[in-house]
Design a protein around this ligand. Structure first.
Ligand code: ATP
Length: 237
């Protein structure tokens, strides 16, 4: 198999005395969609925050294309193509939709306008309402804006933290369609979800987290096909 785009080895994250991630290892192949699923508090967000430089791991190693990025901060990693769409979306609600996208396109010297037009083509509702404050968008539309903004950073790997949280089922389908399109476009996706079934359906590979450890790994299809796994770790999700 080719060298993975990401190799995570024995990753640990602690907050004071809380051991949120207790030695997690997995590879991510370039162009694949990998999902981390598991209950609230299992450590999923902490893992992607540690990989993307938002929190400092207390142990272990992260390689990006073979290079050690364990101690590299988020700002630098964004420049290298590791970009996170944060949980809760965090769009700047008093700025317009257009301004939010311009912030995402900062590093695109010259090509920003064309790239933003590309986002408006993909998400027409954002184009139609580009002059309006981002806070006027629905939850699903804000999620699209957050994803669009992250895509403007030209990610090699995009990390998504609970993109379907709080959205109506029809909107969840739309968000997953966008995630699958991003993967189809060649961008590697690491997806954290509590909506395990939906995430495993979309994923090439999945890892089930419990109390800061990976308890099962497999292809999305393998994990979905095992009723025992779904019952034991994922509820009816
Ligand atoms: P969620 O879906 O709630 O985000 P998760 O699986 O992503 O769950 P984490 O958010 O990584 O889990 O949290 C793992 C553990 O670490 C939990 O016990 C949580 O309370 C704790 N934790 C997370 N962030 C912090 C923090 N900044 N300070 C202290 N404890 C934290």
């Amino acid at each position: 198999m080719a060298e993975p785009i990401l190799r995570v080895t024995d990753l640990k994250v602690t907050y004071g005395k809380v051991e949120a991630v207790r030695g997690v290892s997995f590879d991510v192949q370039a162009g694949s969609l990998v999902t981390l699923v598991g209950a609230n508090g299992a450590g999923k967000s902490s893992i992607i925050n540690a990989i993307s430089g938002i929190v400092k791991p207390s142990g272990g190693k992260v390689l990006f294309e073979g290079q050690d990025i364990t101690k590299t901060g988020a700002h630098k990693l964004v420049g290298r193509g590791l970009v996170q769409v944060p949980e809760g979306r965090q769009v700047l609600s008093t700025l317009t939709i257009g301004e939010n996208l311009q912030l995402g396109a900062r590093k695109l010297r010259g090509g920003a306008a064309a790239a933003i037009d590309g986002i408006y083509e993909r998400f027409p509702v954002l184009g139609e309402r580009r002059q309006l404050p981002a806070g006027s968008l629905s939850g699903g539309e804000q999620q699209m804006l957050a994803i669009g903004r992250a895509m403007l950073a030209e990610p090699r790997v995009i990390f998504m933290d609970e993109p379907s949280m709080g959205l109506a089922p029809k909107i969840v389908d739309e968000v997953f369609k966008v995630i699958e399109e991003i993967r189809a476009g060649g961008t590697t996706v690491v997806l954290v979800e509590q909506n395990a079934r939906r995430a495993l359906q979309a994923a090439d590979e999945g890892h089930i987290l419990q109390n800061g450890e990976i308890v099962r790994s497999g292809t999305g299809a393998e994990l979905l096909a095992d009723d025992g796994i779904i019952q034991a770790y994922l509820g009816t999700g």
